[in-house]
Write a protein that binds this ligand. Structure first.
Ligand code: MD6
Ligand code: FE
Length: 204
């Protein structure tokens, strides 16, 4: 398995084969059935272009009150369990000492993107964030831990896995654009990104 190092972020192209991707989509259909995708609103009242849900003990949410990890979906239901295939990948790449608390599910339709950000609501940065990409290809930008720093970009394809840990755990990153319809994994097109995180405590 070849691994690329992009500014300290590890990228494994094609780590999940077609059968594993299909099986994961089946598991995620159950996640979104129980915890439907929502359009998050930023604290400033701006709708995000991605739609989100989560699995695990906690889910990350954003609304007028701020960004935080919450024990329930906005509808009031508990988040569904993290799919076993995701936990298996976490245990293989990160280790078995601790499972993730949250598997955030981001869905990108036509025109969706994600601005440069750090993942820092977890309160514990000693654990990496593990990311799995499914569906349409996306241009992933990776910078440094300070915002004004040079960046590098890499196309993420369906089945690619990214690990952001160590000195790169708090690097800025984002999705500049998605090539809608570039993958046939999802019948209607679109991109799914899963990110698994260890969360120190509920932040609200
Ligand atoms: C995405 N990914 O790929 C957005 N965060 O759609 C992230 O924001 C991300 O890939 C933390 C660690 C890895 C990631
Ligand atoms: Fe992120």
């Amino acid at each position: 398995m070849t691994m690329m190092d992009v500014r300290g972020v590890k990228v494994w192209p094609g780590m999940l084969d077609a059968a594993a991707q299909d099986a994961l989509v089946v598991a995620l259909r159950e996640v979104v059935r129980r915890a439907p995708l929502v359009t998050p609103v930023t604290p400033r009242g701006q709708e995000m272009s991605v739609r989100m849900t989560a699995a695990g003990r906690l889910g990350w949410i954003s609304d007028r009150r701020g960004y935080r990890y919450a024990p329930q979906h906005p509808s009031g239901v508990d988040w569904p369990p993290i799919p076993d295939a995701v936990l298996d990948l976490w245990r293989a790449l990160v280790g078995g000492a601790r499972d993730p608390d949250c598997c955030l599910v981001n869905w990108y339709g036509p025109g969706a993107r994600m601005g440069l950000h750090q993942d820092r609501d977890e309160g514990d940065f000693s654990w990496p964030v593990l990311s799995i990409s499914l569906g349409d290809a996306a241009l992933f930008r990776i910078g440094g831990t300070e915002r004004p720093a040079p960046t590098s970009s890499v196309w993420l394809h369906s089945g690619d896995v990214v690990l952001m840990g160590g000195a790169a755990r708090l690097c800025f990153h984002g999705i500049d654009r998605v090539r809608h319809g570039s993958s046939r994994l999802l019948p209607q097109g679109g991109r799914i990104n899963l990110t698994c995180r260890v969360v120190a405590e509920v932040t609200s």
